[in-house]
Design a protein around this ligand. Structure first.
Ligand code: GLC
Length: 610
């Protein structure tokens, strides 16, 4: 049986096994589509049948969406009171030593500055007051569905008249929120998020008549209140997902499913409640994601082949192909899924495929994505046009590709994984998330993990500077920017995805440095961030080479900036808890890797014509 067959075999009725369990109501899409499922297709062993499943729901629920709007507070009306409270509170904590920078009220539009600008520098925010504020903001970003919390809104700026899709719950953005809640012992929101997004996975989705693969998780969703069919006075709430069919550039959220698996594992590890991951519908959800990722294609490499903008960088930035971020998340999700899959007849082939992929992926990335001083020198001296099985320069990389910036930049101690590898192309940019998650997932060896942290330390003024952390380094400029980004005015050099600095990345930096027993690196970065995040109103990203300015089009009160900071603080306080997120090096993979290295040449088999 092939992998695809196995997956189908283990997924009776594919969609059907995704039964909304317990009290999760079945809903219709606001655009009138219904999920491909009927009561007939439910497997007999599904827990859903024992629960309170209704097809479709015809229940008028009191509209909870308004909560989001109610909570859009902070500046106007009563919000001034909230700002003042925060300042008073901070002031008390500091014995009166609190200053708000001119034009930078705590979560305000500056209207309260008068009351607080009297104090002179140095400005000092007691960390705990920043944390308190962050917790308050995080709670206010919570989104409710049928009365239960299901996620956090991407940005919650009351002064933003045009929030675009930042008023949605993004899967990737919720991960630090979820982790913050887990570490606080508040499990309900994470459980709900996991189960509700799982329901969205089997949505019938199309873009211009084309349906992406089943198993795709949405990029984001929104809770909408719509009139109930046939009842003028009643409304119902629906979850309206976006799989990329409405997103700018119509990008596919490849990372969503991978993050979902990672969060599911963290939920089980942190709460001790394994019943969620053991549910039939959740097991099926995991398998559907795996099936989609492990599907055969034309590719020669074990890395996942994706289009541009399929992850945190969700618009054109020249990362199509095999971007590191996706590979690190893929590796982490494979390991995490393997840990959670319950052994059952029929899943042996899937596990085998997964194991094979883990070995191949780890070999490929460790071997071919790695650069340090020595490796660069090797590439610099590469011969090209080598046609043979034992070519050294397997991907036919022309040494001229080594950009002048890199020759100067590569430190004598330290190294990193490049951003992407394709035939005749190495993208030498340093991408933070991919490198950090390679440490967290043990995709990087211990030596490589330390070397990545060494590089971050030695390139502190480039990567951290005045606000952690650069999303990538360096920025694309001039002609390169024009061609690669398509002259994207949001991604100008040192802005947004093009070398902008993203505070949310603090949490991944913290997990990685704690895993390598070097928490002081994260602590130092948190200290830098703490000086500005609150006074700057928790921006989404910062601009300029040294991250001096709040980003040109950066949202304020960006939830994952808030949550990223909180997770970093919580983990620095209780470093052991970081274990819920990292994957240990797997002995079997190591073994297989060393055998792989010894194996070299292709064994030619005789062919017979019968
Ligand atoms: C931007 C980011 C993306 C994030 C979204 C919501 O599009 O690039 O990574 O998920 O905003 O915050």
């Amino acid at each position: 049986m092939g992998i695809a067959e196995v997956a189908l075999h283990t997924m009776p009725g594919a969609f059907a096994a995704h039964s909304p369990a317990s009290n999760l109501p079945f809903i219709a899409d606001v655009r009138g589509r219904r999920r491909k499922r009927s009561t007939n297709s439910l497997p007999s062993n599904s827990r859903a049948l024992q629960g309170q499943v209704r097809f479709p729901v015809s229940r008028a629920v009191e509209c909870q969406c308004q909560r989001i709007d109610d909570l859009a507070r902070v500046t106007d009306g009563n919000n001034g009171a909230w700002v003042k409270d925060a300042i008073d509170k901070a002031s008390q904590d500091l014995g009166g030593d609190v200053r708000v920078l001119p034009g930078k009220g705590v979560g305000g539009n500056g209207s309260l500055n008068g009351s607080a600008t009297a104090k002179s520098p140095p400005q000092r925010w007691k960390a705990s007051s920043v944390e308190d504020e962050a917790w308050e903001l995080l709670r206010e970003s919570m989104v409710y569905y049928c009365g239960s919390p299901v996620g956090t809104i991407a940005a919650n700026d009351p002064n933003d008249a045009n929030p675009m899709n930042y008023d949605q719950v993004f899967i990737r953005d919720f991960i630090p929120s979820g982790v913050a809640f887990l570490l606080k012992g508040e499990y309900e929101i994470v459980r709900n998020f996991i189960l509700h997004t799982l329901q969205l996975q089997s949505w019938e989705k199309t873009m211009d008549c084309h349906s992406p693969g089943q198993g795709l998780m949405p990029a984001s969703f929104k809770v909408r209140t719509i009139p109930l069919d046939g009842d003028e006075d009643a409304t119902e709430e629906v979850l309206d997902p976006d799989f990329g069919e409405a997103a700018i550039g119509r990008v596919a959220p490849v990372d969503s499913g991978l993050w979902w698996i990672i969060l599911l594992r963290a939920y089980g590890k942190c709460s001790g409640d394994l019943s969620v991951q053991e549910r039939i519908d959740v097991q099926t959800g995991i398998k559907m994601i795996l099936k989609l990722c492990l599907a055969d294609g034309f590719d020669m490499f074990p890395t996942l082949l994706v289009t541009d903008g399929s992850c945190m960088i969700d618009r054109r930035m020249g990362i199509h192909g095999h971007p590191l971020e996706i590979q690190a998340l893929f590796y982490s999700a494979l390991l995490s899924a393997r840990e959670m899959l319950t052994p059952e007849d029929g899943s042996a082939d899937l596990i085998r495929a997964l194991n094979n992929r883990l070995v191949a992926l780890s070999f490929h990335i460790r071997e071919y994505y790695w650069v340090d001083m020595q490796k660069l020198n090797e590439i610099y001296r590469y011969k090209t046009e080598e046609y043979s099985y034992d070519a050294v320069n397997k991907f036919n990389i022309y040494p001229d590709q080594i950009s002048p910036w890199l020759v100067e930049w590569i430190p004598p101690k330290g190294g990193y994984f490049i951003g992407n590898l394709q035939p005749a192309h190495m993208d030498f940019r340093f991408f933070s998330l991919g490198n950090l998650w390679s440490i967290v997932s043990s995709l990087a060896t211990t030596h490589q993990s330390h070397a990545i942290l060494d590089l971050i330390e030695s390139k502190w003024s480039d990567l951290v500077a005045e606000m952690p952390l650069k999303i990538c380094y360096p920025a694309l400029e001039n002609q390169e920017w024009k061609i690669i980004t398509g002259s994207d005015p949001k991604n100008t050099p040192w802005s947004y995805h093009n070398g902008g600095s993203w505070p949310t990345l603090l949490w991944q930096l913290t997990v990685a440095s704690i895993k390598m027993n070097r928490p002081e690196i994260a602590a130092k970065a948190v200290e830098v961030a703490e000086r500005r995040l609150s006074v700057d109103k928790w921006p989404e990203y910062y601009d300029t080479k040294r991250a001096r300015f709040i980003g040109k089009q950066s949202r304020l009160y960006q939830t994952w900036s808030i949550a990223g900071y909180l997770v970093a603080k919580q983990l620095l306080d209780k470093p052991d808890a970081a274990r819920i997120l990292w994957n240990d090096e797997d002995a079997e993979i190591l073994n297989a890797l060393s055998t792989n290295r010894k194996r070299g040449k292709k064994v030619l088999k005789k062919t017979f014509i019968i």
